[in-house]
Design a protein around this ligand. Structure first.
Ligand SMILES: Cc1cc2nc3c(=O)[nH]c(=O)nc-3n(C[C@H](O)[C@H](O)[C@H](O)COP(=O)(O)OP(=O)(O)OC[C@H]3O[C@@H](n4cnc5c(N)ncnc54)[C@H](O)[C@@H]3O)c2cc1C
Ligand code: SF4
Length: 344
Protein backbone atom coordinates (compact mmCIF):
# COMPACT_ATOMS: atom_id res chain seq x y z
CA UNK A 1 0.00 0.00 0.00
CA UNK A 2 1.29 3.49 -0.84
CA UNK A 3 1.25 5.81 2.17
CA UNK A 4 1.19 9.58 2.39
CA UNK A 5 4.31 11.12 3.94
CA UNK A 6 3.70 13.30 7.00
CA UNK A 7 3.04 16.98 6.32
CA UNK A 8 1.50 20.05 7.93
CA UNK A 9 -2.09 20.69 6.89
CA UNK A 10 -3.45 24.24 7.06
CA UNK A 11 -7.10 25.19 6.54
CA UNK A 12 -7.46 28.96 6.00
CA UNK A 13 -10.92 30.56 5.94
CA UNK A 14 -9.90 33.52 3.77
CA UNK A 15 -7.89 34.05 0.60
CA UNK A 16 -5.64 36.49 2.50
CA UNK A 17 -4.68 33.80 5.02
CA UNK A 18 -4.12 31.23 2.27
CA UNK A 19 -1.75 33.58 0.45
CA UNK A 20 0.07 34.55 3.66
CA UNK A 21 0.59 30.94 4.75
CA UNK A 22 1.76 29.94 1.28
CA UNK A 23 4.27 32.81 1.30
CA UNK A 24 5.53 31.70 4.72
CA UNK A 25 5.90 28.08 3.54
CA UNK A 26 7.74 29.13 0.35
CA UNK A 27 8.51 26.36 -2.18
CA UNK A 28 7.79 23.72 0.49
CA UNK A 29 4.11 24.72 0.47
CA UNK A 30 1.37 23.88 -1.99
CA UNK A 31 -2.38 24.36 -2.31
CA UNK A 32 -4.86 21.53 -2.30
CA UNK A 33 -8.53 21.50 -3.22
CA UNK A 34 -10.19 18.07 -3.44
CA UNK A 35 -6.81 16.32 -3.30
CA UNK A 36 -7.74 13.67 -5.88
CA UNK A 37 -4.66 14.54 -7.95
CA UNK A 38 -2.28 15.92 -5.31
CA UNK A 39 -2.58 13.15 -2.70
CA UNK A 40 -1.95 10.24 -5.12
CA UNK A 41 1.03 12.22 -6.45
CA UNK A 42 2.32 12.69 -2.89
CA UNK A 43 1.95 8.96 -2.23
CA UNK A 44 4.13 8.30 -5.28
CA UNK A 45 6.55 11.08 -4.17
CA UNK A 46 6.00 12.93 -7.45
CA UNK A 47 5.22 15.99 -5.36
CA UNK A 48 6.71 16.37 -1.87
CA UNK A 49 5.25 19.45 -0.16
CA UNK A 50 5.83 19.71 3.58
CA UNK A 51 2.97 22.20 4.01
CA UNK A 52 -0.39 21.64 2.33
CA UNK A 53 -2.85 24.56 2.34
CA UNK A 54 -6.48 23.64 1.73
CA UNK A 55 -8.67 25.97 -0.32
CA UNK A 56 -11.90 24.22 0.57
CA UNK A 57 -12.78 26.32 3.64
CA UNK A 58 -12.78 29.65 1.76
CA UNK A 59 -16.45 30.52 1.07
CA UNK A 60 -15.56 32.94 -1.78
CA UNK A 61 -14.17 30.05 -3.83
CA UNK A 62 -17.51 28.22 -3.73
CA UNK A 63 -19.57 31.07 -5.17
CA UNK A 64 -21.58 31.01 -8.40
CA UNK A 65 -22.76 34.32 -9.83
CA UNK A 66 -22.86 36.84 -12.61
CA UNK A 67 -19.58 38.34 -13.81
CA UNK A 68 -19.31 41.97 -12.67
CA UNK A 69 -19.38 44.44 -15.58
CA UNK A 70 -20.00 41.73 -18.18
CA UNK A 71 -22.87 41.12 -20.59
CA UNK A 72 -26.05 39.46 -19.30
CA UNK A 73 -25.76 35.71 -19.15
CA UNK A 74 -22.06 35.50 -18.35
CA UNK A 75 -21.50 33.27 -15.33
CA UNK A 76 -18.74 33.08 -12.74
CA UNK A 77 -17.86 29.74 -11.16
CA UNK A 78 -15.81 29.52 -7.95
CA UNK A 79 -12.79 27.24 -8.32
CA UNK A 80 -13.64 25.10 -5.27
CA UNK A 81 -16.97 23.94 -6.65
CA UNK A 82 -16.77 20.18 -6.81
CA UNK A 83 -17.38 18.50 -10.13
CA UNK A 84 -20.56 16.99 -8.66
CA UNK A 85 -21.80 20.47 -7.70
CA UNK A 86 -20.97 21.65 -11.21
CA UNK A 87 -22.81 18.82 -12.93
CA UNK A 88 -25.86 19.34 -10.68
CA UNK A 89 -26.38 22.84 -12.07
CA UNK A 90 -29.13 23.30 -14.68
CA UNK A 91 -27.57 22.11 -17.93
CA UNK A 92 -28.69 25.06 -20.03
CA UNK A 93 -26.80 25.68 -23.23
CA UNK A 94 -24.60 28.26 -21.56
CA UNK A 95 -22.44 25.72 -19.81
CA UNK A 96 -23.65 22.43 -21.28
CA UNK A 97 -20.20 21.63 -22.72
CA UNK A 98 -18.54 22.44 -19.38
CA UNK A 99 -21.05 20.31 -17.48
CA UNK A 100 -20.63 17.47 -19.98
CA UNK A 101 -16.81 17.57 -19.67
CA UNK A 102 -17.05 17.66 -15.86
CA UNK A 103 -19.44 14.71 -15.87
CA UNK A 104 -16.95 12.69 -17.95
CA UNK A 105 -14.18 13.05 -15.34
CA UNK A 106 -13.37 9.84 -13.52
CA UNK A 107 -16.05 8.37 -11.21
CA UNK A 108 -18.86 9.78 -9.00
CA UNK A 109 -16.73 9.33 -5.85
CA UNK A 110 -13.84 11.33 -7.29
CA UNK A 111 -16.21 13.96 -8.67
CA UNK A 112 -17.62 14.40 -5.15
CA UNK A 113 -14.14 15.44 -4.00
CA UNK A 114 -12.44 16.78 -7.15
CA UNK A 115 -12.94 20.46 -7.97
CA UNK A 116 -13.10 22.70 -11.00
CA UNK A 117 -9.90 24.53 -9.99
CA UNK A 118 -8.02 21.28 -9.37
CA UNK A 119 -9.07 20.00 -12.75
CA UNK A 120 -7.89 23.15 -14.52
CA UNK A 121 -4.52 22.98 -12.68
CA UNK A 122 -4.16 19.20 -13.06
CA UNK A 123 -0.60 17.86 -13.25
CA UNK A 124 0.45 16.57 -16.67
CA UNK A 125 0.59 12.79 -17.04
CA UNK A 126 3.03 10.22 -18.48
CA UNK A 127 3.45 6.44 -18.23
CA UNK A 128 7.03 6.93 -16.97
CA UNK A 129 5.95 9.41 -14.29
CA UNK A 130 2.64 8.15 -12.89
CA UNK A 131 4.35 5.26 -11.12
CA UNK A 132 5.44 4.47 -7.58
CA UNK A 133 8.71 5.86 -6.24
CA UNK A 134 10.36 2.41 -6.49
CA UNK A 135 9.26 1.97 -10.13
CA UNK A 136 10.63 5.39 -11.06
CA UNK A 137 13.84 4.77 -9.12
CA UNK A 138 14.38 1.52 -11.04
CA UNK A 139 14.65 3.51 -14.29
CA UNK A 140 16.71 6.27 -12.63
CA UNK A 141 13.69 8.60 -12.63
CA UNK A 142 13.06 11.12 -15.42
CA UNK A 143 13.41 14.82 -16.11
CA UNK A 144 9.99 15.73 -14.64
CA UNK A 145 11.02 14.59 -11.15
CA UNK A 146 14.41 13.55 -9.72
CA UNK A 147 16.01 12.47 -13.04
CA UNK A 148 17.87 13.91 -16.01
CA UNK A 149 16.46 12.24 -19.10
CA UNK A 150 13.11 12.03 -20.85
CA UNK A 151 12.33 8.36 -21.53
CA UNK A 152 9.74 9.24 -24.15
CA UNK A 153 12.11 11.35 -26.24
CA UNK A 154 15.64 10.74 -24.84
CA UNK A 155 17.32 13.42 -26.97
CA UNK A 156 14.69 16.03 -26.10
CA UNK A 157 15.53 18.96 -23.80
CA UNK A 158 11.92 19.12 -22.58
CA UNK A 159 9.27 16.98 -20.91
CA UNK A 160 6.33 15.80 -23.04
CA UNK A 161 3.94 14.78 -20.26
CA UNK A 162 0.36 15.16 -21.41
CA UNK A 163 -2.33 17.66 -20.43
CA UNK A 164 -5.12 15.30 -19.31
CA UNK A 165 -7.77 17.63 -17.96
CA UNK A 166 -11.21 17.16 -19.48
CA UNK A 167 -12.47 20.65 -18.69
CA UNK A 168 -9.42 22.73 -19.71
CA UNK A 169 -9.89 22.25 -23.50
CA UNK A 170 -13.51 23.36 -23.17
CA UNK A 171 -12.51 26.50 -21.26
CA UNK A 172 -9.97 27.39 -23.96
CA UNK A 173 -12.49 26.70 -26.74
CA UNK A 174 -15.31 28.83 -25.29
CA UNK A 175 -12.93 31.69 -24.44
CA UNK A 176 -13.37 31.52 -20.65
CA UNK A 177 -11.25 33.72 -18.38
CA UNK A 178 -9.59 32.83 -15.09
CA UNK A 179 -9.29 35.25 -12.15
CA UNK A 180 -6.01 34.66 -10.32
CA UNK A 181 -5.29 36.07 -6.88
CA UNK A 182 -1.70 36.33 -5.71
CA UNK A 183 0.55 38.21 -3.31
CA UNK A 184 0.84 41.10 -5.80
CA UNK A 185 -2.93 41.45 -6.29
CA UNK A 186 -5.20 39.89 -8.83
CA UNK A 187 -5.34 39.52 -12.60
CA UNK A 188 -7.63 37.99 -15.19
CA UNK A 189 -6.15 35.80 -17.94
CA UNK A 190 -7.80 34.12 -20.93
CA UNK A 191 -7.89 30.33 -20.42
CA UNK A 192 -5.76 29.90 -23.56
CA UNK A 193 -2.90 31.86 -21.94
CA UNK A 194 -3.01 29.89 -18.68
CA UNK A 195 -1.29 26.83 -20.20
CA UNK A 196 2.25 26.18 -21.51
CA UNK A 197 3.26 23.43 -23.90
CA UNK A 198 5.78 22.05 -21.43
CA UNK A 199 5.22 18.94 -19.31
CA UNK A 200 7.01 20.44 -16.28
CA UNK A 201 6.06 24.12 -16.42
CA UNK A 202 2.60 23.48 -17.79
CA UNK A 203 0.89 26.49 -16.15
CA UNK A 204 1.74 30.16 -16.64
CA UNK A 205 0.53 31.08 -13.15
CA UNK A 206 3.02 31.79 -10.37
CA UNK A 207 3.24 29.05 -7.68
CA UNK A 208 1.71 31.36 -5.05
CA UNK A 209 -1.26 32.42 -7.20
CA UNK A 210 -4.66 30.91 -6.53
CA UNK A 211 -7.11 30.29 -9.33
CA UNK A 212 -10.09 31.93 -7.66
CA UNK A 213 -12.84 31.84 -10.28
CA UNK A 214 -13.66 31.02 -13.86
CA UNK A 215 -15.66 33.43 -15.99
CA UNK A 216 -17.77 31.82 -18.68
CA UNK A 217 -18.77 34.09 -21.57
CA UNK A 218 -22.41 35.02 -22.24
CA UNK A 219 -24.20 32.73 -24.80
CA UNK A 220 -24.35 35.35 -27.59
CA UNK A 221 -25.13 32.94 -30.46
CA UNK A 222 -22.40 30.36 -29.89
CA UNK A 223 -22.50 26.68 -29.08
CA UNK A 224 -19.83 24.22 -27.92
CA UNK A 225 -19.42 20.47 -27.43
CA UNK A 226 -16.82 18.15 -25.91
CA UNK A 227 -15.97 14.63 -27.12
CA UNK A 228 -13.62 12.33 -25.18
CA UNK A 229 -11.69 9.21 -26.18
CA UNK A 230 -10.71 6.84 -23.36
CA UNK A 231 -10.37 3.11 -22.83
CA UNK A 232 -13.15 2.59 -20.27
CA UNK A 233 -16.29 4.71 -20.36
CA UNK A 234 -16.77 4.21 -16.61
CA UNK A 235 -13.61 6.04 -15.57
CA UNK A 236 -10.46 6.95 -17.42
CA UNK A 237 -8.41 10.00 -18.26
CA UNK A 238 -8.82 11.28 -21.83
CA UNK A 239 -6.24 10.08 -24.33
CA UNK A 240 -7.89 12.53 -26.73
CA UNK A 241 -10.39 15.28 -26.00
CA UNK A 242 -11.97 17.50 -28.63
CA UNK A 243 -13.63 20.76 -27.65
CA UNK A 244 -15.37 22.52 -30.53
CA UNK A 245 -16.89 26.01 -30.34
CA UNK A 246 -18.77 27.70 -33.18
CA UNK A 247 -20.59 30.96 -33.60
CA UNK A 248 -23.15 31.02 -36.39
CA UNK A 249 -24.58 33.98 -38.26
CA UNK A 250 -26.25 34.97 -41.51
CA UNK A 251 -24.22 34.84 -44.71
CA UNK A 252 -22.96 38.28 -45.85
CA UNK A 253 -24.85 39.49 -48.94
CA UNK A 254 -27.66 36.95 -48.55
CA UNK A 255 -27.86 33.41 -49.80
CA UNK A 256 -27.24 32.31 -53.39
CA UNK A 257 -29.16 29.57 -55.18
CA UNK A 258 -28.97 26.30 -53.20
CA UNK A 259 -26.90 27.92 -50.46
CA UNK A 260 -27.62 27.83 -46.74
CA UNK A 261 -28.00 31.32 -45.26
CA UNK A 262 -26.43 30.24 -41.93
CA UNK A 263 -22.64 30.17 -41.88
CA UNK A 264 -19.92 29.81 -39.25
CA UNK A 265 -18.76 33.29 -38.31
CA UNK A 266 -16.10 32.08 -35.92
CA UNK A 267 -14.83 28.78 -34.51
CA UNK A 268 -12.27 27.26 -32.19
CA UNK A 269 -11.14 23.63 -32.13
CA UNK A 270 -9.04 22.60 -29.11
CA UNK A 271 -7.43 19.20 -28.56
CA UNK A 272 -6.77 17.67 -25.15
CA UNK A 273 -4.57 14.66 -24.41
CA UNK A 274 -2.18 15.16 -27.33
CA UNK A 275 0.27 17.79 -25.99
CA UNK A 276 1.36 19.29 -22.67
CA UNK A 277 -1.35 21.93 -23.01
CA UNK A 278 -4.84 22.16 -24.50
CA UNK A 279 -3.82 22.62 -28.12
CA UNK A 280 -5.85 25.06 -30.18
CA UNK A 281 -5.81 24.30 -33.92
CA UNK A 282 -6.36 27.58 -35.82
CA UNK A 283 -6.15 25.78 -39.19
CA UNK A 284 -9.26 23.77 -38.32
CA UNK A 285 -11.16 26.92 -37.36
CA UNK A 286 -10.06 28.60 -40.61
CA UNK A 287 -11.53 25.70 -42.60
CA UNK A 288 -14.94 26.46 -41.08
CA UNK A 289 -15.14 30.26 -41.10
CA UNK A 290 -17.54 31.75 -43.65
CA UNK A 291 -19.03 28.36 -44.60
CA UNK A 292 -22.04 26.36 -43.47
CA UNK A 293 -21.39 23.11 -41.58
CA UNK A 294 -21.54 20.78 -44.60
CA UNK A 295 -19.94 17.33 -44.85
CA UNK A 296 -17.17 18.93 -46.92
CA UNK A 297 -16.28 21.73 -44.50
CA UNK A 298 -16.46 19.34 -41.55
CA UNK A 299 -14.11 16.93 -43.34
CA UNK A 300 -11.72 19.80 -44.16
CA UNK A 301 -11.67 20.94 -40.51
CA UNK A 302 -11.14 17.37 -39.29
CA UNK A 303 -8.22 16.96 -41.71
CA UNK A 304 -6.73 20.28 -40.60
CA UNK A 305 -6.93 19.19 -36.94
CA UNK A 306 -5.43 15.78 -37.71
CA UNK A 307 -2.20 17.18 -39.15
CA UNK A 308 -0.79 19.03 -36.09
CA UNK A 309 -2.13 16.42 -33.63
CA UNK A 310 1.06 14.68 -32.51
CA UNK A 311 0.40 12.43 -29.50
CA UNK A 312 3.50 10.94 -27.88
CA UNK A 313 3.97 7.31 -26.85
CA UNK A 314 3.40 7.99 -23.14
CA UNK A 315 -0.29 7.30 -22.45
CA UNK A 316 -2.80 4.59 -23.26
CA UNK A 317 -3.36 3.13 -26.78
CA UNK A 318 -1.17 3.08 -29.88
CA UNK A 319 -0.11 6.62 -30.74
CA UNK A 320 -0.70 6.38 -34.48
CA UNK A 321 -4.26 5.18 -33.80
CA UNK A 322 -4.77 8.06 -31.36
CA UNK A 323 -3.64 10.47 -34.07
CA UNK A 324 -6.06 8.88 -36.54
CA UNK A 325 -8.86 9.30 -34.03
CA UNK A 326 -8.34 13.07 -33.99
CA UNK A 327 -9.94 13.21 -37.42
CA UNK A 328 -12.86 11.03 -36.30
CA UNK A 329 -13.52 12.89 -33.05
CA UNK A 330 -13.33 16.36 -34.61
CA UNK A 331 -15.79 15.21 -37.27
CA UNK A 332 -18.16 13.81 -34.64
CA UNK A 333 -17.97 16.98 -32.54
CA UNK A 334 -18.79 19.19 -35.54
CA UNK A 335 -21.60 16.88 -36.65
CA UNK A 336 -23.13 17.18 -33.20
CA UNK A 337 -22.91 20.97 -33.44
CA UNK A 338 -24.58 20.84 -36.86
CA UNK A 339 -27.45 18.77 -35.48
CA UNK A 340 -27.91 21.15 -32.56
CA UNK A 341 -27.82 24.19 -34.84
CA UNK A 342 -30.47 22.66 -37.13
CA UNK A 343 -32.79 22.02 -34.15
CA UNK A 344 -32.74 25.65 -33.03
C1 LIG B 1 -8.54 7.28 -10.73
C2 LIG B 1 -8.57 8.71 -11.21
C3 LIG B 1 -9.19 9.01 -12.41
C4 LIG B 1 -9.22 10.32 -12.87
N1 LIG B 1 -9.82 10.58 -14.07
C5 LIG B 1 -9.84 11.85 -14.56
C6 LIG B 1 -10.44 12.12 -15.82
O1 LIG B 1 -11.02 11.26 -16.46
N2 LIG B 1 -10.39 13.40 -16.28
C7 LIG B 1 -9.78 14.41 -15.58
O2 LIG B 1 -9.77 15.54 -16.07
N3 LIG B 1 -9.20 14.19 -14.37
C8 LIG B 1 -9.23 12.93 -13.84
N4 LIG B 1 -8.65 12.67 -12.62
C9 LIG B 1 -7.92 13.75 -11.93
C10 LIG B 1 -8.69 14.51 -10.83
O3 LIG B 1 -9.49 13.63 -10.05
C11 LIG B 1 -9.59 15.60 -11.37
O4 LIG B 1 -8.95 16.30 -12.41
C12 LIG B 1 -10.04 16.59 -10.30
O5 LIG B 1 -10.94 17.53 -10.83
C13 LIG B 1 -8.86 17.34 -9.65
O6 LIG B 1 -9.40 18.25 -8.72
P1 LIG B 1 -8.91 18.28 -7.20
O7 LIG B 1 -9.68 19.37 -6.54
O8 LIG B 1 -9.03 16.95 -6.56
O9 LIG B 1 -7.39 18.67 -7.40
P2 LIG B 1 -6.22 18.68 -6.30
O10 LIG B 1 -5.63 17.32 -6.24
O11 LIG B 1 -6.70 19.28 -5.03
O12 LIG B 1 -5.22 19.71 -7.00
C14 LIG B 1 -4.60 19.42 -8.22
C15 LIG B 1 -3.51 20.45 -8.47
O13 LIG B 1 -4.09 21.74 -8.66
C16 LIG B 1 -3.63 22.67 -7.68
N5 LIG B 1 -4.82 23.46 -7.34
C17 LIG B 1 -6.05 22.98 -7.01
N6 LIG B 1 -6.92 24.00 -6.90
C18 LIG B 1 -6.23 25.13 -7.13
C19 LIG B 1 -6.59 26.52 -7.15
N7 LIG B 1 -7.84 26.92 -6.94
N8 LIG B 1 -5.63 27.43 -7.41
C20 LIG B 1 -4.35 27.03 -7.65
N9 LIG B 1 -3.95 25.73 -7.66
C21 LIG B 1 -4.88 24.81 -7.41
C22 LIG B 1 -3.07 21.84 -6.54
O14 LIG B 1 -2.02 22.52 -5.87
C23 LIG B 1 -2.56 20.61 -7.29
O15 LIG B 1 -1.28 20.88 -7.82
C24 LIG B 1 -8.62 11.37 -12.11
C25 LIG B 1 -8.01 11.06 -10.88
C26 LIG B 1 -7.98 9.75 -10.43
C27 LIG B 1 -7.33 9.45 -9.11
S1 SF4 C 1 7.58 12.99 -20.99
FE1 SF4 C 1 9.67 12.38 -20.45
S2 SF4 C 1 10.38 13.82 -18.84
FE2 SF4 C 1 8.14 13.99 -19.07
S3 SF4 C 1 7.29 12.65 -17.50
FE3 SF4 C 1 7.44 11.44 -19.38
S4 SF4 C 1 9.45 10.46 -19.37
FE4 SF4 C 1 9.44 12.05 -17.80
Amino acid sequence: MLRLPSFTYLAPATLADALRWKAEAGPAGTYVAGGTDLYPNMKRRQQEPRVVISLMGIPELKAVGRTAGQADGSVTLGSSLTLTELTARPADRLIAAVVHAAASVSTPLLRNMGTLGGNLCLDTRCNYYDQSYEWRKAIDFCMKKDGAICWVAPSSPRCWAVSSSDIAPVMVAIGAEYRLVGPQGERVVPAGRFYHNDGINYLTKQPDEILAEVRLPAPDGWDAVYHKLRRRGAFDFPVLGVAAWVKCGKRDGGRGKGQSDTVIQDARIVLGGVASYPQEVPEAAAALRGSPLTDETIAAAAEAAFRPSKPMDNTDFDLSWRKQMTRVYVRRALEELRTRTARR
